[in-house]
Design a protein around this ligand. Sequence first.
Ligand code: AHR
Length: 523
Amino acid sequence: MKHLPRTRAAFYAALIATLLTGHAFAQPPATTITVRLDQARDTISKHIYGHFAEHLGRCIYGGFYVGEDNRKIPHTNGVRNDVVEALRQLQIPNLRWPGGCFADTYHWKDGIGPKQQRPSIVNTWWGGVTENNSFGTHDFLNLCELLGTEPYLAGNIGSGQVQELADWVQYVNFGGESPMSALRKENGRDQPWNVKYWGIGNEAWGCGGNMTADYYANEYRKYATFVRDWTNNKGGIFRIASGASSDDYNWTEVLMKNIPKSLLEGVALHHYAVIDWEKKGPSTTFSESQYFTTMQRALRMEELIRKHSAVMDKYDPAKKVALVVDEWGGWYEVEPGTNPGFLFQQNTMRDAMIAGTTLNIFHNHCDRVRMANLAQAVNVLQAVILTQEEKMMLTPTYHVMEMYKVHQGAVLLPVEVQTPAYGVGNEKLPAVSASASRDRNGRLHVSLVNIDAARAHPVALALPASKLKTVTGRILTAARLQDHNTFETPDRIKPAIFKGATLRGEKLTLQLPPFSVVVLELQ
Ligand code: AHR
């Protein structure tokens, strides 16, 4: 091509690329992003990076906990050291337990005291397997201490009683003398754990009791009254109402209208990126059209947060109540040959796209979204870690969360994004998503995701009124969207150094490869 005039060369290059990719324009117009350093106001709560561990499939048993007597897998009091170490690297801020749907069947007193004496129950929601309660309250709260994370306990209001929940709070949080603190001490724990985050039921509109919004709001008022703050109203308790499923705005409206703000610190929202509940599609052998639909579902989070927040603003203009997205992620068919009730699925670059874009949405709405929990941490749904006996591997989702952790607790810098569409058939989605923040050391981080399955996207980033001198970066991408790590090739997908960004004064340019996540650091 050297001898051709530039414009003709570009024309032929575009023509060849068009023929090869089937896209009308191989080189899309540049995405322009302006980072508004002058509009820094809200902090990105680290709790947006929370995780979720349910008694479901191999999340707890085999995932976190392998038993005190295990001689094959290194552990601390039965908890896998490799999983703890990997999650410590992520700096996970909170961990939700014991469910999910399981929470409203769980009676915490079954899970304390000598393990041989604990009763067995049936896990009615997840595979009908026998649950021997060998992993209970002490095991979970000690795990949180190992992880350096805050526990988020989901209380049972579906099949449980008010007294039961009140006792649980007293058992784990009361420092003085009481029947429950005495029982805790008898079971080997002197000091209370001071658990701040409490869910008042889970999916009360469904597996948590099939309640109406009005009925649940009343139940919430009753239960929340007895979730006592043993720190004497010093902000030691944070109660989260079981929230809406996706676009059930009426649910949020009824809760916000009927629950006094003195009893409510957070309202939940659950939204999964699922193609169709009847036909979820495979986790690795998906088509581009299935990928596109997944991304449509995932990006819907933006609209859901905007609309639920608008309802909340009506009743809480000061934004005291947090929107807590305590279940989110991709949901596909289980891996062939595995128990359908265990929700075990692989994790590809598609999941990295879900994670990167969803976290960008959370950042950009951090004034209201102050907590979130990816479903789930290990071996279930969009897991960050998969285990198989003594083997453990990190998924592309893990790597996105690790790259993005620089945003935890940083100040949001609003971004204005103009980006071309990524389309399949007649449907279109914005190709590039972005968010930016400044950490307490003055470093600026910009996270970019190009969801386009075929085209690289040039990006022109403006940083008005900045005096930045250096840019470094990391990238996560792969040869194919369907690529994933396996126990045999655990490092196929991992972050690499990104040297493709050029900073000139207040302008930065780069090229984002197809289906890639890039995090830049500017100083
Ligand atoms: O995360 C799996 C399940 O999805 C949870 O138990 C439930 O709350 C939701 O429906």
